[in-house]
Design a protein around this ligand. Sequence first.
Ligand SMILES: [Zn+2]
Ligand SMILES: [Zn+2]
Length: 255
Amino acid sequence: MELIDTHAHLQWPAFDKDRKQVIERAFTAGLNAIVSVGYDLSASREATKIADDHEGIYAVVGIHPHNAKAMNASTLDSLRELAHDPKVVAIGEIGLDYYRDLSPRARQKEAFEQQIRLANELELPIVIHDREAHYDVLEVLRRFGKDANGILHCFSGDLRMTEEVIEMGYLISIAGPVTYPNAKKLHRLVQHLPDESIVLETDCPFLPPQSRRGERNEPLFVVETAHKVAELRGIQFDELVELTSQNAKRAFRIR
Ligand SMILES: [Zn+2]
Ligand SMILES: [Zn+2]
């Protein structure tokens, strides 16, 4: 099947009791790779450790905008050090979250920019979190867009933003909410995306697909998202799996 979950949080405490089984279920069903994404320093360390312990699991290290206020001078050095692990494939998730505003916006921006610079220095892609901050995310990307590339995860921008970030070379990641019957805007977006710009994710343990609403999400459930995206684009499931996996491998430079 060769599906890739490009954005999971396997280190989240929700998986403490059965992490091993969750990972086994996904690979037994035929997933090809899982990318586990950090949100603070210890989660980044955990993600890296899980990746080191499992074939097919990769790590992304970075400080989520929620945690930007906790960043200090040594945080970037610690991330730089972690990023030297061969299983670390990107810096993230980084970005701006004006929905929950858990860190002051100025601090969020500073952390976002510092971590893009780090990614550029290390020649790694970035994984971007953007919640109700489209305008400012674009503004930051316009300034750094030439040098950086990567994935906008759980994307919710409009078609104009989509065109602009695709033009800069970014990929768009689609998560479980695309399976919700009322997600009309997301359905249109999925129909509009070029083949080479789309990847899939779960963002587990959050955002379960329609048939699992109310439950904990896990990497295996990316299959339901893939079926919905294939249906929306009017292509075969296998074809969708093939193209999204190629895109993910290219973005993260994995084989
Ligand atoms: Zn996010
Ligand atoms: Zn996430």
